[in-house]
Design a binder for this molecule. Sequence first.
Ligand code: ZN
Length: 185
Amino acid sequence: MFQNPNIAFGRTAVLVVDMLNDFVTGGLGCERARGIVPAVVQLLDAARRNAVPVIFCNDSHVSGVDQELEFWGDHAIEGTDGAKVIPELKLSEGDYVVPKHHFSAFFDTELDSLLKRLGIDTVVICGIYANICVRHTAADAYQHGYRVIVASDAVDSMTEQEYRESLEYMKKVYGASILPNAELI
Ligand code: ZN
């Protein structure tokens, strides 16, 4: 996005989905989630250097209330350490944070309004998990009229199969471009 001539980085934002302690090192974490951290760091560093907005889309759940907790169990409960962005990503003053209560970062949040105010028409999505919150966020980004790019080095799922199938699905159904960091930055 910062060197790729096909992407207008002045109208692009990076969405960072659920890179929170609970999803990386906590109860819903896994080796594969930890494995993408260097690629996410690299992507965010490039974005910040190029004044591309970095928007953290963070689960921020209310125990006993939020629907998905019934079958995923309590995670990323608002105000807890588990709901904080992992320290490696160095949440910075110029970054934006959009709390969410559902899989999609657009559902019942201010994300669409924020993107419109920033003049964004393209989103680069990174984070976890590719087959759940990343995919639902990609769906709504597409349905709101944004061009969707999935940063393939910087997303993952709990299994290789889920990862591959979700990238293929987003490409086929939402017209997402699937690009490794080497083709983005
Ligand atoms: Zn959740």
